[in-house]
Design a protein around this ligand. Structure first.
Ligand code: SAM
Length: 265
């Protein structure tokens, strides 16, 4: 997959390309990456890319000519790529959009600065507008990195079996299960014994349980819009029954009922 970023700060991307999974994906030729400097397409000798807004008001607007020139140059390099404008007013980026992008031939990512870009660019040169969330960044560069990062790890073969993306949060509309690593006891807190049991069936069941329960507690909206399997329904039902039992016992016998009437201290 081909990523081309159009920006007035191309140097921002050098450390990004040079680390971790992105670097590995580049080395393995799973992705190719480049940044085009929009200033190179400015027509004046000072390479100015912004101007005052028509109608007055504060801030500067990115001029259309340098952006149009940069987009045309990117299209020549990667004619099958989808042209994306990063903007807080765009379609919200999430894991399903990342999945959609990961299957494309390429992305041309146009980064705005200042108060944004001239509207004629949005209308005539762009296929899709994407926002990474309801907040305002100073420029589209971080948003472009977020998109490249999230899409790259979903390209087949980039992560490999070891860090497969299949079980990541959101891939099946649930949050991922809890994780533990060595040491077995950390500051008096022990790793759940099932994870040390070697019983893979029980471990899978525990993982599904923690995944469902933490989704319910942290992101209930995800569960509400997702069909549940019969095993998942059983897990949630059991959880409800356990909670009901605690409520029932405590309302009848008080909190001591749980500890068999023994009080601490
Ligand atoms: N005045 C614009 C508005 O209110 O819609 C915001 C401009 S913002 C300061 C400058 C640039 O940062 C935008 O053109 C866009 O490229 C980028 N940007 C800011 N927030 C973003 C977000 N949430 N998602 C994607 N890009 C964003």
């Amino acid at each position: 997959m081909n990523f081309i970023v159009l920006t007035i700060f191309p140097e921002m991307f050098n450390p990004f390309w040079e680390h971790g999974i992105i670097r590995r994906a580049v080395n393995q030729e799973k992705i190719s990456v480049s940044a085009i400097d929009v200033r190179d397409f400015a027509e004046d000798k000072h390479h100015i890319t912004d101007d005052r807004p028509y109608g007055g008001g504060c801030g500067m607007i990115m001029k259309p000519e340098p952006l149009a020139g940069a987009i045309r140059a990117a299209e020549k390099k990667a004619p099958l790529s989808k042209k994306i404008l990063l903007t807080p007013q765009g379609r919200r980026f999430d894991q399903s959009v990342a999945q959609e992008f990961a299957s494309l031939d390429g992305l041309i990512l146009v980064c705005g600065r200042y108060e944004g870009v001239d509207e004629r660019i949005c209308h005539d040169f762009i296929d899709d507008e994407i926002s990474i969330g309801d907040y305002i960044l100073t420029g589209g560069e971080l948003a472009a990195m977020v998109i490249i990062d999230a899409a790259t790890r979903l390209i087949p073969g980039v992560l490999g079996g070891k860090d497969s993306a299949e079980k990541d949060s959101f891939s099946d509309s649930v949050l991922e299960h809890a994780h533990y690593t060595r040491p077995r006891i950390f500051e008096d807190v022990e790793v759940p014994s099932v994870l040390l049991s070697g019983n893979h069936k029980e471990i899978e069941k525990w993982r599904l349980e923690t995944s469902l329960i933490r989704t319910f507690l942290k992101r209930r909206d995800l569960l509400e819009n997702r069909p549940l399997s019969s095993q998942e329904i059983e897990i949630l039902k059991k959880w409800c029954l356990d909670i009901e039992k605690i409520i029932h016992d405590q309302s009848l016998f008080g909190p001591d009922a749980l500890s068999g009437g023994q009080q601490e201290g």
